[in-house]
Structures are given as structure tokens and as C-alpha cells.
Write a protein that binds this ligand. Structure first.
Ligand SMILES: Cc1ncc(COP(=O)(O)O)c(C=O)c1O
Length: 433
């Protein structure tokens, strides 16, 4: 006892130091592996006990299994789009008997699936593409995630796969992205590409609604699309192949829409073009560029500029970037000026046919053509191969026309948080010093 009394003054500062370290570690410990003991419960009729609603996705049930073998992050300059994945993934099972199961964030790794799973035979697969950005102070931002959740639910309905509470999945994606936020490169133009995916996992052959499904989310750090200056893309106006048709699935983000585009793309490449310009109908209506939405700027007789894009229908994917461009140009016209955009700009969601482009090139009224999408944001087009000749399109000295550049700058500014906007959603709350 006496020995302890004499030792105490010496030990006290050490004990206090240990307590401080333990306290500081608490938040990290809370975020480490833990098993939630709650499980999803169906909603039952109070009188009869009958199940009236199966469980939806419930973020409060999240289980986190941290990786014990964190990977080494490659230097940002070495990143190739979609090749590097972060340490963790999110997975949520679903079955028609029990509804959405327990969401789990676990180490990134292979899935184990029965070879007879519907995904392998009948293309029960759909996906989303969205991005997260990390600011210098550690603030992690998502860009319009609600739009992706809505589109994913729309795709799920089209494949008779289960729909879900979009806010709940958004919340879980935030948890995943914040857990792996060390993987988000902070350099300008870099981001984390997020790929939510939903597949049918029912065992057994036979075409019908899948009784089981798996929703998973993986993340990949990516570099700027234009690492070395803007490179305009050349297009081959494609009539031999059709990407989408009325009554088809082109307006949904389904895996089945993409694999058949690979051979046409290789054909275009063989002929010296970067991408396909997908046409539809007898009159060669313009629809999309590769896997991007399409915009064309024309000079009008009164000197103003028309920015035209095909209207949303069965052949156009409702792009988040497309919608953002439309909203920004509308708000510019309403007085929220965007530097670099013509003051007198008219927005049209209308049918555009190839004959118009040929005519506009001849008249000198074809100002710009560009594609929009999450990966590149905005991508300029410098020529379109059509009926054996190239339509030349101005791209300006930087390789990106002034309208495309103004929109790219504004969207990037919002995505990174440089420009405050409701579209940019903070995934974590970081205390400012
Ligand atoms: C066919 C197709 N069109 C357009 C887009 C652009 O959509 P978003 O702007 O939402 O990325 C994509 C990419 O997601 C696509 O795959």
C-alpha cells in the first residue's frame, strides 16, 4: 500500500495520458467493426399479425466489418478509370420472402454466386454512376445523389427487381464513402467514382422475376478525364447499329444496354473515330454520343444562340449532367449569369436531325457539339463522320468550345464545393478550425 502511495504521483500523469489517448481513439473505435444485433422486421397487421409490408433498406441496421488488410493506394497520377477499388464495399441482400436484409459494409472482395443466378443468364443487372469529391479540409461531397437514387429505382422497376427507399441507400453510400474517404484524391479534377449495382441472384433457370437480389456499391478513385488538356472526340454517325428504340430500354441504366455497344464502338474506332453518334429513325435523328447525352449549339438568324438537346423519351437516358446543364442554362437566362455563356441563349429540348447539322455546317451556324456525363462531365466533339464525309465542328483553341467550357467550369465548381449549391451534398460534417 505504501509502495503504491509512493508510486501514484509518478503513475498519475501516465494514466491521464492513456485516458486521453483512449478518449481520442473512441470515435475511430466506434467506426470500427461492430455487429448490429437488430435485424430487419416486416410490418405486421396489429390485429391479425399478418405481414403487410416487408422491410425496406434500413441504415440503422448497418453492420461494419473493417478490413484487416488495407490496400496501398496508388499515386493519383497512376490512376486508370475504374481499375482501382477502395478497401470496402456495401452489400444489401433482398428476397421476395423477407424483403431487404441487413446492410453490411465489408472488405472489398469477390461475390460468391450460384452459376444459375438470373444475372448471368437473363441480364438482371442495372447500375448507377456518381461521384464524391474531397476538399482540402476533409469535407466529402456527393453531387445530386438523389437523382441517381431515383434513376436506380426506375431501372429496378423496369427489370422487376426490388425498389427501395432512395434516402436510405444514399445514407449508406455516405457511410461507405466517408469510411473510405482516404481514397478520394484531393487534387483538382480527381474524385471517387461510385458504382451502385443491383443484380438478380435467384438460383435456377427460367425467365421470370428474380426472387432474390443483391444491391452492392463499390468505389473507385479516378483522375480527371482530361489529364493533358481537352481532347475533342470524333464521332461516327451510326446507322448500321441502333442503341435504343421506342418501347425499348434505352432510357434505363441497365447492363443490357451497354454490352451490345462494344462492337459498334470498335467499328467506329477501326474507321478512325472515337465514339458512336447514335441515330434513330428514317430521318437520322440524333440521340446520344457513346454513353453521354448530346447537346448542339446553333447560331440563330437573330444573332442569339440555341442550345438544343433531344427531349427525354425511350431512347434517351435521363442524365444527371444533362439535367444539370439544362437547369444551369435556365437559371443563367433568368439572371444568374454564368461567366462565358452567351447572354442571349435559348434552350431547346427538341428533335435534331443530321440534315440540320449538315446545313448548319454549310451556313456556318454550327457552333458547338458536346456530350455530357458523370465521367467526363462535358466532352467536346470536333467532327462527325456521316455518309462518307466529315462534318467539321468548331472547338476553339483550348479544344473545348466556350459554351461547353463555361458549363464544365460551373458544374465542377459546384461539385467540389468551390461554388455553394444545393446540388452538392456533404457526406460528413467536418468541424472548421
Ligand atoms: C447511355 C448514357 N447516356 C447518358 C449518360 C450520362 O448520364 P449522367 O449524366 O447521369 O452520367 C450515361 C452515363 O451515365 C449513359 O450511360
Amino acid at each position: 500500500m505504501a509502495a503504491l502511495r509512493t508510486a501514484l504521483p509518478r503513475l498519475a500523469p501516465r494514466l491521464a495520458r492513456h485516458a486521453t489517448v483512449a478518449r481520442a481513439a473512441l470515435p475511430q473505435l466506434a467506426a470500427r467493426t461492430y455487429s448490429n444485433t437488430k435485424s430487419p422486421q416486416p410490418m405486421r397487421d396489429a390485429m391479425t399479425g399478418e405481414i403487410i409490408q416487408l422491410p425496406d433498406i434500413d441504415p440503422s441496421l448497418l453492420k461494419i466489418e473493417n478490413t484487416n488488410t488495407p490496400k496501398t493506394r496508388p499515386p493519383s497520377s497512376k490512376l486508370i478509370f475504374g481499375r482501382t477499388f477502395t478497401d470496402h464495399m456495401l452489400a444489401i441482400p433482398w428476397s421476395s420472402a423477407t424483403g431487404w436484409g441487413t446492410p453490411v459494409i465489408k472488405p472489398y472482395g469477390p461475390l460468391e454466386l450460384d452459376p444459375s443466378s438470373t444475372v448471368f443468364h437473363y441480364a438482371f443487372t442495372l447500375f448507377e454512376g456518381m461521384k464524391a469529391y474531397c476538399q482540402e479540409d476533409g469535407t466529402v461531397r456527393l453531387f445530386r445523389p438523389d437523382m441517381n437514387m431515383k434513376r436506380m429505382n426506375r431501372s429496378a422497376s423496369r427489370l422487376a427487381l426490388p425498389t427501395f427507399d432512395g434516402d436510405a441507400l444514399e445514407e449508406l453510400i455516405k457511410r461507405l464513402v466517408v469510411l473510405d474517404s482516404e481514397w478520394i484524391p484531393k487534387e483538382k479534377g480527381y474524385s471517387l467514382y461510385i458504382r451502385p449495382t443491383l443484380i438478380g441472384t435467384q438460383r435456377g433457370l427460367g425467365v421470370g422475376p428474380s426472387s432474390d437480389a443483391l444491391l452492392f456499391v463499390i468505389c473507385s478513385p479516378v483522375g480527371p478525364y482530361y489529364a493533358t488538356g481537352f481532347k475533342p472526340v470524333s464521332l461516327l454517325a451510326t446507322t448500321k447499329y441502333v442503341r435504343a428504340w421506342q418501347g425499348g430500354t434505352g432510357s434505363y441504366k441497365l447492363g443490357v444496354n451497354y454490352a451490345p455497344g462494344v462492337v459498334p464502338q470498335a467499328d467506329a474506332a477501326k474507321q478512325g473515330y472515337g465514339q458512336n453518334l447514335w441515330l434513330a429513325g428514317e430521318d437520322d435523328t440524333l440521340t446520344e454520343v457513346g454513353t453521354m447525352n448530346l447537346f448542339v449549339a446553333f447560331k440563330l438568324p437573330d444573332g442569339s444562340t440555341e442550345l438544343a438537346t433531344p427531349p427525354l423519351d425511350d431512347v434517351i437516358l435521363p442524365g444527371v449532367t444533362r439535367d444539370s446543364v439544362l437547369e444551369l442554362v435556365k437559371s443563367h437566362a433568368a439572371g444568374n449569369a454564368i461567366p462565358g455563356l452567351p447572354t442571349n441563349i435559348k434552350l431547346s429540348e427538341r428533335k435534331v436531325v443530321m440534315a440540320e447539322l449538315v446545313e448548319a455546317e454549310k451556313n456556318g451556324t454550327l457552333l458547338e457539339v458536346f456530350g455530357t456525363g458523370t465521367a467526363a462531365i462535358v466532352s467536346a466533339v470536333d467532327k462527325i463522320g456521316y455518309k462518307g464525309r466529315d462534318i467539321q465542328i468548331p472547338t476553339g483553341p483550348t479544344g473545348l468550345g466556350s459554351i461547353a467550357k463555361a458549363l464544365l467550369d460551373r458544374i465542377q465548381g459546384i461539385q467540389t464545393g468551390e461554388i455553394e449549391h444545393e446540388w452538392s451534398v456533404i457526406a460528413n460534417e467536418v468541424k472548421k478550425a
